[in-house]
Design a protein around this ligand. Sequence first.
Ligand SMILES: [Zn+2]
Length: 268
Amino acid sequence: MAASTAQVPQGSGQPDKNANGTPDTSNDDKDWPGKMTASYQDATSPEAVTGRDIMRSEHLLEDLADGITDSLKLPYDIPLIGKQCDTANAYWSPDDKSITICYEDAADALDIYTKAGDDNPRASAVNSEIATFYHETGHMVIDLYDLPATGKEEDVADQLAAYILLAPGPDGKIDPESVQAVKDFAREFKGYSDQKGGEIDEGQLSDVHSLDLARMYNLECWVYGADPVGNADLVKNGSLPEDRADGCEDEYNKLSSSWDTLLGPYLK
Ligand SMILES: [Zn+2]
């Protein structure tokens, strides 16, 4: 097919750097030039220094960026930025086409898992930032590829995080460390709920994000649904109510096959 007639995602609005026709969805368009590139900005506040230390010592952003570069076609370079924001946050910027993970987000996670009594709260904090990154990747792919998404995009982004982390490897098994990352991410929302004193106000009910505990139960449901035998502990220990658990395998399979379809054209 001539480049000029290649299908172009509507609204991508990006320059055709590799001159093979603007980034398109055809299966043979393998030479998109984009990479994800990690960088760490300065940190001065105590929280930011703590968060930056957690991320840097694990080479977290470098590894996450390399994983995306290896697996997703990107139409142009996408910065992954660690920085001090003076608030705990992480976000995809549709204007800058970049993902930012605030150092304070990792510091806040460390605080949450320390209060939860974790043996290794730092490892849990790293896990939660891994899952947070894939949540932001969810916003990224919806924007970059103009993917259809109805319903709350924040829930869809949580689904992509679960989909990536719970996908079986070549041996058909789900990586136990990735399962733990989703479980830790789920527990982080319990921490957020506790930070708000368990109160639910109008602001939370009307927010673009679902309620903290609803997000926790969703993530637990998908972990359980991806492997009901291996993750039976979530139901046995009372974390995930049985009424919800009954439908989780179907829920996860639907989520997983939908993302297979949506991302298929963009996988390397
Ligand atoms: Zn989000």
